[in-house]
Design a protein around this ligand. Structure first.
Ligand code: ZN
Ligand code: ZN
Length: 348
């Protein structure tokens, strides 16, 4: 079975419509006082338009992944953990003539990790996004996949001199070099050792060069979009249009609020608001013949259920194509939570 359904969780949407191109400085504020809907100490990442992104200071959400196998019932397929934090911002290099800044600036991070095993295939995929109180990069997103396959990706977003830019790089298997550790022992004594042609070993992979391009102002990565969707629900707004960046590609995403429903999780029911994500290729973007389905195994639209007042994600649903013929329905359901807002909880 294709393990890509695990990536469902990595999947929400985001970003913002191109506006007049004005670069709005991003500001960070901590939640002034405690509210039942936001944990005290949450960091506000201002995008110049509402809603902004709020990063909870110490939240951990655990989910179980299930795949619907029709008459065979449901199969458990792995676990997903979402966490976040707020910490003092340390710029990596002090400016010339200055000692390392000990500013009051805070930075926020959010992380999603998917772990699973199926038929000998092992997956451990972590995606981390940092929201930084500086221009470049303002958003730093990294992806590390371990297990049966190894892969790393890095995406930077932020205002350049007159427009927003992205910089993207990924690793790939080394093509040829003289490093002995990339060589494979010859199987026959009269043959020479040779440079590995292609394997899944992480040690044989090297970073490629960065690709740069301009993007709409306030374009955001996938995890940023998740947190924007949370804000949308908390604010009670109906709809939000975004420009989401995945690798170095742009997607138009619409988040639309739907019905209320009590969703069953372990321990009780949570009253949730449905948010549908529809994704399309923006005009003028190169079409590589693919639909959104190529990414993370998702096909078509995605549904996420958020707790109605706090926006804590509770259930993610989507269809995952297996081969060209079968679509499986996958669900990622909340199992445990820590550090959530006071108002989050079960229906009485
Ligand atoms: Zn090499
Ligand atoms: Zn290799």
């Amino acid at each position: 079975m294709n393990p890509s359904f695990l990536f469902l969780a990595l999947f929400w949407a985001s970003s913002q419509l191109p506006d007049d191109g004005e670069v709005v400085p991003s500001s960070f504020t901590k939640a002034a006082s405690s509210s039942p809907y936001l944990v005290e100490g949450s960091l506000h990442f201002d995008r110049g338009t509402e809603p902004g992104i709020w990063v909870p200071p110490g939240e951990q959400l655990k989910f179980k992944v299930h795949v619907d196998l029709g008459v065979l019932g449901q199969a458990s397929a792995g676990a997903v953990t979402m966490s976040s934090g707020v910490e003092p911002f340390v710029s990596s290099l002090p400016l010339p003539g200055k000692s390392r800044e000990t500013s009051e600036d805070m930075a926020g991070w959010v992380q999603i990790r998917a772990q699973g095993k199926h038929l000998g295939y092992e997956l451990d995929h972590t995606m981390t996004t940092r929201f930084l109180p500086q221009d470049w990069p303002r958003v730093l997103s990294s992806e590390v996949q371990k297990g049966s396959e190894n892969r790393q990706r890095e995406l930077k977003l932020g205002p350049g001199t007159d427009e927003w830019n992205l910089s993207y790089r990924s690793d790939s298997h080394c093509h040829s070099c003289t490093r002995r550790e990339h060589f494979v022992e010859a199987s026959l004594p009269w043959n020479k050792d040779y440079h590995c042609k292609r394997c899944k070993r992480g040690e044989h992979r090297l970073w490629g060069s960065s690709r740069e391009r301009s993007v709409p102002t306030q374009a955001i990565d996938i995890l940023g979009a998740v947190y924007l969707a949370r804000s949308l629900v908390r604010d009670g707004a109906d709809e939000l249009a975004l420009c989401m960046v995945q690798k170095d590609r742009l997607w138009d995403v619409t988040l639309k609020q739907g019905r209320l429903e009590d969703i069953q999780v372990s321990g009780g029911h949570v009253r949730c608001r449905e948010v549908r994500l529809s994704v399309s290729r923006p005009e003028g973007e190169p079409s590589d013949g693919g639909k959104f389905s190529g990414l993370f195994g998702i096909k078509g639209d995605l549904k996420i259920w958020f707790h109605e007042t706090t926006g804590v994600p509770v259930l993610i649903e989507g269809d995952v194509p297996i081969g060209d013929i079968i679509d499986l329905h996958a669900t990622i359901r909340l199992e445990g939570f820590e550090g959530t807002p006071e108002a989050f909880g079960f229906v009485e």
